[in-house]
Design a protein around this ligand. Structure first.
Ligand SMILES: [Zn+2]
Length: 387
């Protein structure tokens, strides 16, 4: 790979012919049409938060360096921004009046309202630009290793770069587009930020059953995204049909895995809704996130709920009563061991070797009080756990 350092390109040069696409959230072109600011494999513009974008302008006004910018030379008349897209887009948006900064009196100032010496200071600022020339794979491999200052690339952003092509482009239009009207609905079940590729990451994880890289590589040159869209919508439709109420704890659950495991089972949405309410209201249920899988699995696996355990005083009381009675009868103080035929039939366990158990299962309405408590050795308690 060949690299050349340029120190003479100014903000004025870069912003000549700057085009920003509001709808796609992308800086498109600059450098009199010779620069593609956002190649396919680049992420969307994420600096438009009134802080990072403003900081770029303030740095230039204070003559602070903006850091290295990398261009990929496609040919003599075409360059792509490899690294620096956020900074360049901020400069372009400011110069074209898309956002304002605060001046020394705290007043909002757009570029056109700045004193002309300040305008000139911005336009004449020089950027440090590394121009790189190499094969696509060289460029991509290298892109994978550079770390954008302050805003490290997320895994999915890297994967989008590595597997760039028509499939990623179409996927991003659907799953990374904050203008997509479905985003609000999806947000009930998926956590993260749409333009940081978190939704696309989920969609890929679900359809590929966790084999994201393999899937992306296999579909890289596909010109449609029918499969991933259909699968993603099936998961979302299934969740929203089974669970008619949206709870905040549903966000970020492993819906892809749950869909695979349970979508062939029939559920009665109204009954499910009653159960969710009941479990949410139950003071013994500690983990509300586990409620959904608990219900899907037929309300067997109480571990998912992190049910509140018996307190220490109760455990000690039950332990000493059980132990006294067992010693008198010459049997184990674990009632299950006592019924068995193994060596543990007469074993007296220490308190620390036992766990408290609900005699009548908590999930069947058994109370968490002393009358419903028995101590079991850890092995037997674990064995009973899911029943
Ligand atoms: Zn036992």
């Amino acid at each position: 790979m060949k690299t050349t350092l340029h120190t003479d390109i100014t903000v004025r040069d870069i912003c000549d012919g700057f085009v920003y696409n509001e709808l796609e959230g992308k800086g498109l072109f600059g450098l009199s049409g010779k620069l593609v600011i956002q190649p396919e494999y680049q992420r969307n513009y994420i600096y438009a938060d009134g802080k990072k974008d403003v900081a770029v302008i303030e740095s230039v006004l204070s003559n602070y360096p903006l850091g290295l910018i990398y261009f990929n030379k496609v040919n003599d008349n075409l360059f792509e921004v490899l690294d620096g897209q956020q900074r360049i887009t901020s400069l372009g948006r400011f110069v074209t009046g898309k956002f304002a900064i605060k001046d020394s009196n705290g007043m909002q100032q757009y570029f056109s309202g700045l004193a002309s010496d300040l305008q000139e200071r911005i336009l004449n600022a020089r950027l440090l630009i590394y121009e790189c020339e190499g094969t696509e794979s060289e460029i991509k491999e290298w892109f994978k290793t550079i770390n954008i200052a302050g805003e490290a690339l997320k895994t999915q952003e890297l994967l989008n770069a590595i597997y760039s092509g028509p499939f990623v482009t179409l996927c991003r239009e659907e799953f990374s587009n904050s203008q997509n009207a479905n985003v609000q609905k999806w947000s009930a079940y998926i956590s993260g930020i749409v333009n940081r590729q978190d939704f696309l990451e989920r969609a890929l994880e679900w359809v590929s059953r966790g084999e994201v890289e393999k899937y992306m590589s296999l579909h890289r040159f596909d010109t449609n995204i029918n499969e991933i869209k259909a699968y993603f919508n099936s998961v979302i439709d299934w969740v929203s049909t089974v669970f008619i109420d949206v709870e905040s704890e549903m966000r970020g659950l492993e819906w892809g895995r749950l869909y695979e495991k349970y979508h062939h089972q029939p559920y009665h949405p109204l009954e499910v809704s009653e159960w969710v309410k009941k479990l949410y209201a139950d003071p013994y249920v500690h983990n509300h996130k586990g409620v959904f899988e608990f219900i899907l699995g037929g309300m067997q696996d109480t571990k998912l709920l992190d049910v509140r355990v018996f307190d220490d005083a109760t455990k000690r009381k039950v332990y000493s009563r059980q132990t006294e009675e067992s010693k008198a009868q010459g049997i184990s103080n674990c009632p299950h061991c006592a019924m068995g035929h193994e060596a543990n039939r007469t074993k007296i366990w220490k308190l620390s070797e036992m766990d408290a158990d609900h005699v009548a299962a908590w999930s069947k309405g058994g109370a968490t009080d002393i009358s419903n408590c028995q101590m079991l050795c850890k092995t037997h308690n674990r064995a009973k756990g899911n029943k």
